[in-house]
Design a protein around this ligand. Structure first.
Ligand code: ADP
Ligand code: MG
Length: 639
């Protein structure tokens, strides 16, 4: 069974490895136990029920909170070659009939429904006659009043289970890790002797950062300018703030959308649709936006205001980089936003004293995060009970800062001791000359070339040395005397460095990391993806993820075998788009594309390299037309 799961992961999804947590959850399910799976947003929960659903012979029902996003989920599966369906009020009669038939003849393995459907008598009667293998409850925290997205209709699940005369296996999935909510899910769903897996909280492709003391509008518009080709979400605390930021960015010429509960349904759906399809790159939203959105190519999430707790923050920030490619989560921090959150806690009359205290404590922990000087990721994971990272993740704002700080103590000591040996009687240019070992008239006259510091920094350039000396002045290690020939004096800070009581640390310029969005081939592939998506009327990330495009741009696969090694390309995706992308990557001529087609056809028949060459020779492939060759190959193989 386990090998079957791995095989499906590769052939259908095009991934080599299960993520942390996925393997555990799938193993639990396949051992026929009820399971509660807790994994972070973007951790890959869907595969945890999809793969068992494919292995099991009967139907899997997925209870998912949002009707509006079911089509998206079912489309994603369709593009992987999996037949799934959804049942909601948008279906036409024909679609409905087809769905029912598909379920009856078992060609549909996965059915998505919203919890509201569970009280529908027709549906209950229908399900009574269908054998179920598994019911997956997605976003299972919605069943708990203690959670942040309580949905009354989730409470209907146990009643539904009682009515359908069968008790399939249950899988509950959530990103909310608090033990209270977890227990509540187990109780309310009445999970039988469940196995719980709380793993897969780490999102190592997201770089977490906090910006303090910036002007938010300026920061955001600067950021959007620098990242104009990427898709992102900007969360703000209130509707008003969303509206303001939206107008501001629109005025600045950015193509942005907005989303909050104050907009009418039509407007919201329109913005959401455009965002999913990359017609609008950036969405500005309150926390009403995001649940059920599986857009995998969100490259950044910026929080304009501090959220109320780390659970909310991680859930929202986690919407960045679901595909596993590099992504950023930036929190803009302002003191006054904390008062707003405090006010909201105090003002809420429904909260008991105990609940208010809990909320205050959570807010404190969120604020601590903003002030953190150590690894952000370590802090987050610890908060969720995972102690895997020790001190340093290397990818968050603080770790990167730390990484880019270098000790310049020795260099500074050389400079200071040189000044000392000249009895503090020289200016910047003579100092530079001595350190570089260059003789000028003053050095000759004063015999500074005899100093032990003469030429001690000869490997440096004049510009870098001068720049370093100016830095030491600006940091008060050195003082310049007044007058037309200013000389350099050592301050007490410099003496401390000389005595090794103090070190000189300096941030070296952050090296510019390679950005695929600037790579011409990536851009071409991105455009191609968008064209296909537009033609087929689905979001681009459903065709291929950003990560898949990045790997293609980097590895430049030249044939089917190489293409199938790219993450995210399974059999169905290759069948649909493999040739087209191969052709684009390799800038092939029509004849070469013909060859490629043939290679693929031959490959499907599992020919070895040598047989393939022989066949090509035999068919005189250079002269025959593609159609002719295809006919020849087919007749050859059917005999
Ligand atoms: P969640 O529901 O936990 O928020 P999803 O199920 O939507 O997350 O998965 C997020 C993304 O991760 C999807 O784009 C999915 O294709 C990708 N993914 C899932 N499992 C793997 C894996 N084992 N290797 C690589 N990518 C994966
Ligand atoms: Mg999900």
């Amino acid at each position: 069974m386990k090998t079957k799961a791995k095989e499906l992961l590769k052939t259908i999804y095009g991934y080599d490895k299960f993520r942390k947590g996925q393997e555990i959850i799938i193993n639990h399910i396949l051992s026929k136990r009820d399971t509660l799976g807790v994994m972070s947003t973007g951790g890959g929960k869907s595969i945890c029920y999809q793969i068992p659903a494919l292995i099991y012979s009967d139907l899997t029902i997925v209870i998912s909170p949002l009707i509006s996003l079911m089509k998206d989920q079912v489309d994603s599966l369709k593009y992987l070659g999996i037949r799934a369906g959804f049942l909601n009020s948008t279906l036409s009669k024909d679609e409905y009939i087809k769905l029912i038939q598909g379920i009856k003849n078992k060609s549909i393995k996965i059915l998505y429904i919203a919890p509201e459907r569970l009280t529908n008598e027709n549906f209950i009667n229908f399900i009574k006659g269908v054998r179920l293998s598994l019911i997956a409850v997605d976003e299972a925290h919605c069943i708990s009043q203690w959670g942040h997205d309580f949905r009354k209709s989730y409470l209907e699940i146990p009643n539904f289970l009682n009515k359908i005369n069968q008790r399939p296996q249950l899988l509950a999935l959530t990103a909310t890790a608090t033990s209270k909510v977890r227990q509540d899910i187990i109780d309310k769903l009445n999970l039988h002797n469940p196995l719980t897996s709380v793993d897969g909280f780490d999102r190592d492709n997201i770089s977490f950062k906090v910006e303090k003391g910036v002007v938010s509008e300026a920061f955001i518009s600067e950021y959007l300018k620098r990242n104009s080709k990427k898709s992102g979400i900007i969360y703000a605390a209130t509707r008003k703030e969303v509206d303001n930021l939206y107008s501001y960015l629109l005025l600045k010429g950015f193509k942005v959308g907005k989303y909050h509960a104050g907009l009418d349904e039509k407007e919201r759906t329109e913005f959401q649709d455009k965002f999913l399809k990359d017609d609008i790159k950036v969405m500005i939203a309150t926390n009403a936006f995001g649940m059920g959105i599986d857009k995998s190519n969100v490259r950044f999430v910026i929080h304009r205001n501090i959220p109320k707790d780390l659970e909310s923050y991680y859930q929202e920030a986690g919407r960045a980089g679901r595909d596993g490619a590099p992504a950023e989560a930036i929190l803009l921090f302002f003191e006054e936003d904390v008062s707003t959150q405090e006010f909201l806690i105090e003002q809420n009359e429904e909260s008991s004293k105990e609940l208010k205290n809990t909320k205050r404590k959570k807010l404190d922990q969120m604020v601590d995060y903003a002030y953190l000087e150590s690894c952000y990721r370590e802090y987050i994971l610890k908060y969720f009970g995972d102690k895997r990272i020790k001190n340093y993740c290397g990818n968050c704002g603080n770790c990167k800062n730390f990484k880019d700080v270098k000790s310049f103590t020795l260099d500074a000591q050389k400079v200071f001791s040189c000044i000392g040996r000249t009895k503090e009687s020289i200016g910047i240019s003579t100092l530079t000359n001595i350190l570089m070992g260059k003789i000028d008239t003053k050095i000759e006259r004063k015999e500074y070339f005899k100093l032990s510091t003469f030429g001690i920094m000869s490997s440096h350039t004049r510009e870098s040395l001068e720049e370093f000396i100016y830095y030491l002045i600006s940091e008060n290690y050195l003082e310049q005397s007044a007058g037309s020939f200013p000389t350099l004096k050592l301050t007490s800070k410099a003496f401390d460095v000389l005595k090794n009581l103090k070190a000189v640390f300096r941030k070296i310029n952050e090296s510019v990391t390679f950005d695929y969005f600037e790579d011409p081939l990536f851009e071409t592939l991105n455009t191609l993806r968008k064209e296909i998506a537009q033609k087929e009327n689905v979001p681009p990330y459903i065709i291929f993820s950003d990560l898949t495009l990045m790997e293609m741009a980097e590895k430049k696969p030249q044939n089917r075998w190489e293409m199938l090694k790219i993450r995210g390309i399974g059999n169905q995706k290759f069948k649909n788009y493999g040739d087209l992308f191969l052709k684009t990557i390799n800038k092939l001529s029509p004849q070469e594309i013909d060859m490629l087609h043939i290679d693929n056809i031959i490959d499907e028949k599992y020919l070895g390299e040598k047989q393939l060459l022989d066949l090509k020779k035999a068919l005189n492939i250079e002269v025959a037309t593609y159609e002719l060759k295809e006919i020849l190959i087919k007749t050859l193989f059917t005999n």
